[in-house]
Design a binder for this molecule. Structure first.
Ligand code: NAP
Length: 270
């Protein structure tokens, strides 16, 4: 698996697994548990180690399912990302949110902790809690999500440890964070871009360029869309899937070698 390397040398795989809609959407849906646990087990068997979740997903239940799926496995093999939701960005609530995520995931440390998106709370207040939690060993790395350039730079100034990622929507069809300057800035400054909704929530429009390049690689158009992300410097991605075939295809997409000419054709799609 291709890796990006964090500032201290820690490798993070370019292909991770998203968990939005696992075990419910805005609230827990126990009828979905078995399906989610099976998807997580399938993903672990394939080799996925970076799991992206959030306290918001199924109102904490996605984290519980990730914790359940990890039970009995070697914790050190996995890289767990989770996020604090905006109503919890005050100093006190951020600390409570971190403890809640640790409990639901059943771990002693979260690898990467993100502010899910900004609200009115001054960032300095949230970072007071985040910096404290890093010093206490509860969080390993800090990052942000859906931050524009000014917000990202403010976070960098407030964080006692380097901001390792900005998790943003990014796909062959969605380039808003290229246009607003965030992705070029991250790539110039060694900040990982975590591309979310990389296949447009399963509604990727399969254009002829994707079909043609897919045929050249005996791959699916979705795999080509993911390969285009995985091949870019400082970009990792976290597609979600419950389908074992898709999980395998997404994993294998990171190994597809697109030529510079194919990359350029895909660059030109949006
Ligand atoms: N930070 C944020 O604000 C934010 C926002 C959105 C998402 N995220 C994170 O990013 C993750 C990924 O984004 P997402 O879940 O919104 O969208 P996504 O990964 O682009 O799409 C997921 C959907 O695509 C389908 N799919 C996946 N791989 C496929 C393949 N190879 N071929 C065909 N269909 C495929 C899945 O269906 P099947 O189950 O049938 O495969 C699923 O319905 C989330 O799960 C979450 O962890 C973060």
């Amino acid at each position: 698996m291709r890796m990006v390397t964090l500032y201290d040398g820690t490798p993070v795989p370019v292909m991770g697994l998203g968990t939005w809609a696992m075990g419910g959407r805005s609230r827990p849906d126990p009828a979905q548990d078995q399906r989610a646990l099976q998807a997580l087990a399938d993903a672990f068997a394939i080799g996925y180690t970076h799991i992206d979740t959030a306290e918001m997903y199924a109102n904490g239940h996605a984290e519980e399912l990730v914790g359940q799926a990890l039970r009995g496995l070697d914790r050190r093999r996995f890289f767990l990302t989770t996020k604090v939701r905006p109503p919890n960005l005050s100093y006190r609530r951020t600390l409570q949110s971190i403890d809640g995520s640790l409990r639901r995931l059943g771990v002693e440390q979260i690898d990467l902790f993100l502010i899910h998106w900004r609200d009115q709370t001054p960032l300095a207040e949230t970072f007071r809690a985040l910096n404290e939690a890093v010093r206490a060993g509860k969080l390993r790395y800090l990052g942000v999500s859906n931050f524009d350039l000014a917000e990202l730079q403010e976070a960098q100034a407030l964080s006692e440890t380097p901001i390792v990622t900005n998790q943003v929507p990014y796909s062959v069809a969605t380039r808003s964070y290229v246009r607003n300057g965030v992705i070029p800035y991250c790539q110039q400054h060694g900040i990982v871009v975590t591309a979310y909704s990389p296949v447009e929530e399963g509604r990727l429009r399969v254009q002829s360029v994707l079909t043609a390049i897919a045929a050249e690689h005996k791959a699916t158009p979705y795999q080509i869309a993911l390969a285009w992300l995985a091949q870019q410097p400082w970009v990792i991605t976290i597609p979600m899937s419950h389908n074992p075939e898709h999980l395998r295809q997404n994993w294998d997409a990171a190994a597809i070698e697109l030529t510079p000419e194919q990359m350029a054709r895909l660059d030109g799609l949006a």
